[in-house]
Design a protein around this ligand. Structure first.
Ligand code: HEC
Length: 118
């Protein structure tokens, strides 16, 4: 199929014969038209598979908090396991660590959302 399209395109651009150009263009149109209904369900199918393959991911804000946590919170000590502390215990710790890690309020809020997301 790709080969015949190639040949038509070659003829279309090489020839000076106007009739041949029109016929080639019509044939290319026909090939594209006749292929499209077959392609569409395949694309839809591929998309469904891709979605099914994706592992359950964190919500965007939580994922962002995880990124901030991993990039900023292991500079001075090991990365603490979020599950080591309850949300109530994390709040004063993060208040303390925010100053050490020089994070904004918005950033530390996302870290808190991440560590208390389990
Ligand atoms: C500039 C260095 C530094 C950075 C950056 C830092 N910490 Fe700490 N962290 C410390 C020090 C020092 C201690 C122990 C003394 C203390 O509690 O202040 C500590 C203690 C802790 C503890 C134990 C607290 C307790 O009471 O048991 C946790 C949990 C913790 N950090 C989490 C974090 C998190 C989360 C971040 C990122 C937001 C972070 N740290 C960033 C220096 C840092």
């Amino acid at each position: 199929m790709v080969n015949s399209i190639g040949i038509f395109l070659y003829l279309l651009f090489k020839t000076n014969n106007m009739k041949l150009k029109i016929i080639s263009a019509a044939l290319i149109g026909l090939v594209i038209y006749s292929c499209s209904p077959k392609i569409a369900p395949q694309v839809a199918e591929a998309r469904t598979e891709a979605v099914a393959d994706v592992k359950p991911t964190l919500p965007p804000d939580i994922a962002e908090g995880k990124g901030i946590f991993e990039n900023n919170c292991a500079k001075c000590h090991k990365l603490y396991d979020p599950k080591s502390y309850s949300r109530q215990n994390w709040i004063p710790i993060l208040y303390d660590m925010q100053k050490k890690a020089h994070l904004s309020d918005a950033e530390i809020d996302k870290v808190l959302a991440y560590v208390s997301y389990q």
